[in-house]
Design a protein around this ligand. Structure first.
Ligand code: HEC
Length: 72
């Protein structure tokens, strides 16, 4: 739900949920970098994606869901 605030909002500049091409180069960075950017923040991406209670496993599941690509 907190991810959707931005990842379903074109005005936010975030890669949108289900937008495969926007996610591909990000997924290519690997799960460690993606998790690091999710937990510590990355440009317009706020630390923890505003979900302070989310676990690393939940972040990976969310990123898999939003990108439509499987992440370990
Ligand atoms: C306040 C808006 C906002 C929220 C909330 C948000 N994001 Fe983001 N996110 C962004 C923006 C903007 C970017 C693009 C950053 C860039 O590439 O400059 C981004 C990028 C990302 C990336 C790609 C990072 C990379 O290395 O390319 C991941 C993964 C991500 N978000 C995961 C999440 C998850 C998971 C949540 C929810 C727990 C979330 N985001 C919530 C704004 C948000």
């Amino acid at each position: 739900t907190s991810c959707k605030l931005c990842h379903a909002n074109p005005a936010s500049g975030a890669p949108l949920t289900g937008d495969g091409p926007a996610w591909s180069p990000r997924i290519a960075q690997g799960p460690d970098t993606l998790l690091d950017h999710t937990i510590n923040g990355y440009n317009g991406m706020p630390p923890m994606g505003l979900c302070v209670q989310c676990s690393e496993e939940q972040f990976l599941a969310l990123i898999s869901f939003m990108s439509g690509q499987h992440i370990q």
